[in-house]
Design a protein around this ligand. Structure first.
Ligand code: GDP
Ligand code: ZN
Length: 301
């Protein structure tokens, strides 16, 4: 038998088999016995990089897995490069507390956030200017587009190339519409994805990475959204606000939490208009949450 080894990415696992994309071809792979011994066929996630031995045709055997860079719980995907935070500019209006919460979560998880402002076709110019002003200074990619009209998708498509991306954002923002626009032929029903979020935990549904042209892999199941900030200590919160970082060394007190302390460089930057006040207000909101939680469970959980 003609055998050769190659490397690829798991895009889906299903009843004991893994579908591995390698060199533009999809292989149906089983596991080498040594992995099966562990009795857990969830050791591998979509996104895992694996070495496979190609048997005849499109069949293969997984011989080894490369170390993971990161791992998301919801959706369960490994080696995530970026999370697309999808918000509608209108209908529904963006919830900026949620935007900032998700930005903090992404920064904490070490995953690059990308802001996708959808429904540009029905947005007021004032709203577009507002979101651009809010997030211009934190050097993350932002796209203003219309998923439904297929307008301005090119820049985002470019950013998806050769990366693994997941989609997050509130219900009704247009996540399924966006996935459909990016992967024509996928035809997710609009509304379906959001319904899945609610029930996701209890279904046996398998997350799948959708291969787009140009080597992009996008998770078909949104996730990531949680209203709960993970175990971040109050002292670590400022670093998760990129626009605060340049000021952090200049406060009078090394332990400054940038609330009411004298000679606080962050507060001065807010007053000088270098840090957007709304972002700072949300920082204070999250800080109080974290302080309150620490008070209730002082030893951490
Ligand atoms: P999801 O809950 O985030 O998956 O949102 P859906 O994709 O189901 O979209 C929610 C609603 O917004 C649907 O009625 C879509 O047709 C609509 N929608 C999605 N994208 C756009 C857009 O770019 N412009 C407008 N005007 N409506 C959109
Ligand atoms: Zn300070």
């Amino acid at each position: 038998m003609n055998q050769r080894e190659t490397e690829g990415t798991i895009i889906k696992g299903y009843s004991g088999f893994y579908y591995v994309l390698a060199g533009g071809r999809l292989y149906t792979c089983s596991l080498r016995g040594k992995f099966r011994l562990k009795g857990d066929d969830r050791v591998f996630l979509p996104g895992d990089q694996v070495r496979i031995c190609v048997m005849e045709g499109d069949k293969g055997v997984i011989e080894g897995v490369l170390p993971r860079r990161n791992e998301l719980l919801r959706p369960p995907v490994a080696n995530v490069d970026q999370v697309l935070l999808v918000f509608a500019l209108a209908a529904p209006d963006p919830d900026f507390v949620l935007v900032d919460r998700l930005l903090v979560l992404a920064a904490h998880a070490g995953i690059q956030p990308v802001l996708v402002w959808n429904k540009a076709d029905i947005a007021s110019p004032e709203r577009v200017a507002q979101v651009q002003a809010l997030y211009r200074d934190i050097s993350i990619a932002q796209f203003v587009l219309s998923a439904r009209q297929g307008e301005n998708l090119e820049g985002l498509k470019g950013l998806l190339e050769d990366r693994i991306s997941v989609v997050a954002g509130p219900s009704g923002a247009g996540k399924s519409t966006l996935l459909n626009a990016l992967a024509p032929g996928l035809s997710l029903k609009t509304g379906e994805v959001s319904a899945k979020i609610g029930r996701g935990r209890h279904t046996t549904r398998h997350v799948e990475l959708i291969p787009l042209a140009s080597g992009a892999l996008v998770a078909d199941t949104p996730g990531f959204s949680t209203l709960y900030l993970p175990d971040i200590s109050p002292q670590d919160l400022p670093e998760l606000f990129p626009e605060m970082v340049p000021h952090l060394g200049s406060c009078r007190f090394a332990s400054c939490l940038h609330k009411t302390e004298p000679d606080c460089a962050v507060i001065e930057a807010v007053e000088a208009g270098q840090i957007h006040r709304q972002r700072y207000d949300h920082y204070l909101m999250f800080l109080n949450e974290l302080i309150e939680r620490e008070r209730q469970a002082p030893k951490g959980r």
